[in-house]
Structures are given as C-alpha cells and as structure tokens.
Ligand binder design. Sequence first.
Ligand code: HEC
Ligand code: HEC
Length: 244
Amino acid sequence: MNSLRYSYLAAVMSMIVLSGCSSPPGQRRETSEILAPNEVTDSRTLYAENCAGCHGSEGRGGAAIALADPVYFAIANDASIRKVVANGVKGTSMPAFAQSAGGMLTNKQIDLITTEMRSRWSRPEILNGANPPAYAANSAGNARQGEVVYGTYCASCHGSQGQGARKGSAITNDSFLALVSDQGLRTIIITGRPELGAPDWRGNVPGKPMSDQEITDVVAWIATHRVQTPGQPYSASNYAQQQE
Ligand code: HEC
Ligand code: HEC
C-alpha cells in the first residue's frame, strides 16, 4: 500500500474515532445508555414501547381497541385492567407483561402503567349518571335470546347474521373470532369503538340502551360461531378423515 493512501486512511479513521466517542474506549457515556425493559420508569415510554404497537400511539387505537376512551375507564376498574396487562388474554394477541407470567415488566411498572392510563384517559363524569352494564358477565348468557338481541341492536350495521355489511364489518366470522375473547367482545359492545365510529351500548338504537342481560346474551350468540380450526375450510376431524 502506498504511504499517501495509508496516511489518508489513518486520518479518516482518527476522525471517526474523535467524532464518534468523547469518552475513553470501553466506558459507556451516560446519554447513550439504553435501559433494559424492566428499568424504564417513565410511564409514557413504557406505554410507547410496550402497548402503542397494538393500541395506537396515545391510546388512539389500532389493531386493538383505543384505550384512550373515558367510557372504558368508567366501566373497567384498575384490578381488571391490571390483571389483563399482567397475564395477557389467552387465545388473543394481548401479551402477558408480568415477569411472573413470562413477560418483561415488574409489578411496579405494571402498577405505574395502570394508574397513568387512568389519570390520562378517564373522565369520571363521562357517564353522567347513566347506569352502565357490569364490566364482566355474571352468567353464561342465553345464545338463543342473543340472536334476537342481535337482530334488534346490531344487524342494521353488521348484517343480518353478522356477516358484515356496509356500515360494519364481519363479527361472526370464525377468523375474526379467533382473535378476540368473549370479554373482548363484551368490552367492545359496551364501549363501542369510538375511534372507528362504533356506538357504545347506548347508541345502537338511539334512546334504547342495551341491558346487562342483553349484552351477555348477544356475546353468547356471537360465541356460538367459534370453530375448532379457525380460518380453515374443514374442521380438524374432517381433515383427518381426508388424510386417511
Ligand atoms: C400484540 C398486540 C398487543 C399489545 C402489544 C398490547 N395489547 Fe392490550 N390487547 C390486545 C388485544 C388483541 C386485546 C383484546 C383481547 C381480548 O379479546 O380480550 C387487548 C386487550 C387489552 C386490555 C383489556 C381490554 C378489555 O377488554 O378490558 C387492556 C387494558 C390492554 N389490552 C392494555 C394493554 C397495555 C397497557 C399494553 C402495554 C403494556 C398492551 N395492552 C399491549 C393487543 C395488544
Ligand atoms: C350504527 C352502526 C353499528 C351498530 C348498530 C353496531 N355496530 Fe358494531 N361496529 C360498528 C362500526 C362502524 C365498527 C368499527 C368498524 C368495523 O369493524 O366495522 C364496529 C365494530 C364492532 C366490533 C369490532 C370489530 C373489529 O373488527 O374489531 C364488534 C365486535 C362489534 N362492532 C359488535 C357489535 C354488536 C354485537 C352490536 C350490537 C349489539 C353492534 N356492533 C352494533 C358499527 C355498528
């Protein structure tokens, strides 16, 4: 290698070294320190790094419901919210965040996220005296009654059998049901999805809020459309027979 080129290379390298790093090699600079997930103590960072991908930045909604919804915080208490965040929801994409459940967040961080979400996104007066349905169902519900309820409150937007129509998507489709729990359905029916224009339990039929029992029953009816092998044209047993 000729010496001119060699000294040019050396000069470039020393520039890189000088500009890139102001502290001696091997020593970390304070500002570039990257925190491990369980060391983050800022609630907004915790939300942005762990939740925004599904629930939207600032809780505005995405693949999963918008959490920045005061109606949601009026019906769900901290204990229920905390439980979901810690343990996730089996059979859906909602992950378990607690270290005790295989996640990466400490109990303290989960408490922090839970309290912070409420302080940012709840508005205690939002229901203004309305008597909201219970967050969780207190019975299994009657699917046959639920079909009638569906016709009254939902068919106008989601189609006669929940197959989807102009004003609302398919909600009895087996693939959709593979992504959502019964509680997830109940939550959406109570709170609506305001970010997408879906009414809450009071707005499906104006002036006729749904009763707690009606909500329980319609969830039971929707759930009867769950299948063993979602997204597949054949049930698991049919498929096995075909392979024989
Ligand atoms: C990979 C996607 C994903 C991520 C990441 C995620 N969620 Fe969820 N979350 C979901 C889905 C899907 C549901 C609905 C589950 C169901 O059907 O019950 C859900 C449900 C919830 C619920 C319960 C809603 C109800 O019905 O009461 C809460 C609260 C919640 N998430 C909070 C969080 C928080 C806080 C974080 C971050 C620490 C987070 N989620 C991260 C997908 C996600
Ligand atoms: C005025 C029209 C309207 C009525 C009535 C209505 N919905 Fe919806 N619903 C929507 C819209 C709009 C959305 C959001 C966009 C979409 O998924 O179609 C939605 C979303 C949903 C979702 C979530 C779908 C998803 O992809 O995340 C469920 C579940 C649902 N509705 C169930 C019901 C049930 C059950 C009823 C009756 C109790 C009902 N809706 C009544 C308009 C309506």
